[in-house]
Design a binder for this molecule. Sequence first.
Ligand code: AMP
Length: 284
Amino acid sequence: MIIFKHPADIRSFLLSIKGRFEATGFVPTMGALHTGHISLVNKARSESERVICSIFVNPTQFNDPRDFEKYPTTLENDIYLLEKAGCDILFLPAVADIYPDGILTTLKYELGSLETILEGKFRPGHFQGVCQVVNRLLDIIKPGKLYLGQKDFQQCKVLQKLVDLLGIKTKIIICATQREPNGLAMSSRNLRLNETGRNKASWIYKAMLSIKKDIKVGDIEQLAEGAKQLLIENGFKVDYVEIANADTLDKIQKWDGKTPLVTLAAAYLNEVRLIDNLIINEIE
Ligand code: AMP
């Protein structure tokens, strides 16, 4: 695996080698890699001539500076896991490489309601920051395919909107959420929980499963409310548990039995903010 730190170096390397840009699969990450990230690399590996992964903890997508400061870094292990998974190139830029003119930008992406609901409501500016960094990374790497995890369901929608808005030709491939045996979605943030916390955190998945099990045509709002209460009883501070249209993410209160549904949840356990989602009326 070749490691590049500077955009100009990876650009000139990519320009110098033979092969189509469409043959490049790109997996952007913030590091502290786990099996979830590696499943994206594996998928990219199976479909691409060249696999590029980036590790960059993007300051502009953290609305809480403490969350940014506490973000775990495990670079040595990340490199080991990427090598083992057959990643060809690791892009490891510094903040000044990604934002040579500083992190402030006047550019605003027109994300519509996607920006103000769910994660957008609780993390103002988060998706603008995500678009800012991914736009920059796509501009440097110009991959044929961009591999994203369903774990960040709203982020997948936002980034699809970004590539549509800007006419970027990169195809987005969404990969299934990888979970611990107890159902907890794998996340770099889980490193901040101890074993008891990680066991408890699996209640998020159980609460979403209870929605999936009990879903019925008609009024479904009380199902989301019930799941939220279940989390509160188990010691979570809940930002939201919602049932939404899986295409648009609009909140659904009465279900017609046909609209594709997803349930999305965000809650704090011991100061650690966890998010997850589950497709309700489709086999995942
Ligand atoms: P992050 O490092 O958290 O920014 O995540 C980088 C990519 O890995 C994103 O596309 C995430 O959605 C994806 N990802 C994170 N956790 C998981 C997981 N448990 N299963 C599948 N993909 C994941």
